[in-house]
Design a binder for this molecule. Structure first.
Ligand SMILES: [Zn+2]
Length: 138
């Protein structure tokens, strides 16, 4: 349930805020490094290149540069998409870990209750293994 809700929330936020988000480190491909232009702002991968791998080609005959700029809106849809995928994968991994921990706890709780009560086990395979144990003791 938790897993589904988190993914649903992520999908909803994707639609809600569009593809723009705040980036701490951004890159814009510019012909003059300190002159902003109309091109997309990319997320800095961490090495001064865009997260999406947008190539830095000459544009209309002018050499272009990766200009590292201050925090602000990242407008590149591919960068946003990649970051969303990374975040979603992280959320899924955490949700899965929680789910497994929850299952383990639930299983341990069932076993504990059964041991306490001495009643029949809820799990058939454990039930039969316990029976075998009792039979061999008898
Ligand atoms: Zn990008």
């Amino acid at each position: 349930m938790r897993l589904f809700n988190l993914n649903e929330a992520l999908r909803r936020s994707d639609r809600g805020v569009g593809m723009q988000y705040q980036g701490a480190r951004r890159i814009q491909i510019r012909s003059i490094p300190d002159r902003p232009n109309e091109l997309a702002y990319h997320e800095d991968r961490g090495d001064g290149t865009p997260l999406c791998g947008q190539p830095n080609k000459d544009w209309e005959g002018r050499p272009m540069h990766y200009a590292q700029v201050e925090a602000g809106d990242v407008t590149c849809e591919r960068c946003a998409q990649i970051l969303t995928e990374v975040r979603r994968a992280k959320v899924d991994t955490e949700a899965e870990r929680e789910r497994k921990a929850g299952e383990d706890a639930a299983r341990a709780e069932r076993v504990r209750k059964i041991r306490e009560s001495g009643a029949r086990l809820a799990l058939p395979e454990l039930d039969s293994s316990l029976k075998r144990g009792r039979d061999s003791r008898a």
